[in-house]
Design a protein. Structure first.
Length: 226
């Protein structure tokens, strides 16, 4: 099989992006707003694919950050991923946006397990813990969840963690409650589409994909904001 060929979409946060890879050639395009129109998103996808000299018909799969995050942003990403996958008859890799955030944090800092946290607004945060397993995949140590910052505390048996994402800085009480597990902090870090592709590459090789109709968002709550 030729090198992995994929489009990645990550619009679950304000720092949205699309990316494409054609084997080892990767490019990313930053977007201004997760709530961009579908037309703007498709234009960005076309541009980034042109940069890596890749046609839609050559794609192995399409990957998207399935959330949790902005309701509008995650819905836009899911819709675009489904449309491309249906049109090209290819599978979809659903990637946790918190896992993508953790991948970016490890790319920029250390190889510690990452407690990825995004501000969910409405006085809550999205939180998950990720680390690489023996195969190099990002594995969930603690599943993505919606938590109340004032009440949440890690069990100290969790070990020392890199705290990443704006949820930690948005709610100082969450940080104070979990001071015992803090090994490092990196609050100004966001999920991006290259991280989505990085995670999707191994998911695709292991068969962890879904049919287009099953490429659904993970909102984590019914009442959402953003």
């Amino acid at each position: 099989m030729a090198g992995f060929r994929c489009v990645g979409i990550e619009t679950a946060s304000a720092a949205s992006s699309v990316a494409a890879c054609n084997g080892e050639h990767e490019e990313i395009l930053r977007l201004h707003d997760s709530r961009s129109s579908s037309r703007q998103l498709y234009r960005a996808i076309a541009e980034v694919m042109e940069r890596v000299e890749l046609d839609l018909a050559e794609l192995d799969c399409v990957a998207f950050g399935c959330g949790p995050g902005s309701f509008t942003g995650v819905r836009v990403a899911a819709g675009a991923a489904q449309a491309i996958a249906f049109a090209q008859d290819i599978p979809v890799c659903r990637v946790s946006s918190l896992a993508a955030l953790a991948a970016v944090a490890q790319r920029q800092t250390s190889q510690l397990p990452v407690a990825a946290c995004l501000d969910a607004r409405m006085g809550e945060v999205y939180l998950g813990i990720y680390d690489r397993n023996a195969d190099g995949q990002f594995a969930s140590i603690a599943a993505d969840r919606l938590v109340q910052p004032a009440d949440f505390r890690f069990d100290v048996s969790t070990g020392r963690l890199l705290l990443a994402g704006n949820g930690w800085s948005a709610y100082p009480e969450l940080l104070q409650n979990n001071a015992a597990v803090v090994a490092a902090k990196e609050f100004d870090v966001w999920p991006d589409a290259l991280a989505v592709i990085e995670i999707a590459r191994l998911k695709f090789l292991s068969g962890d994909v879904v049919e287009p109709f099953a490429a659904l968002p993970n909102y984590l709550r019914n009442k959402v904001a953003g």
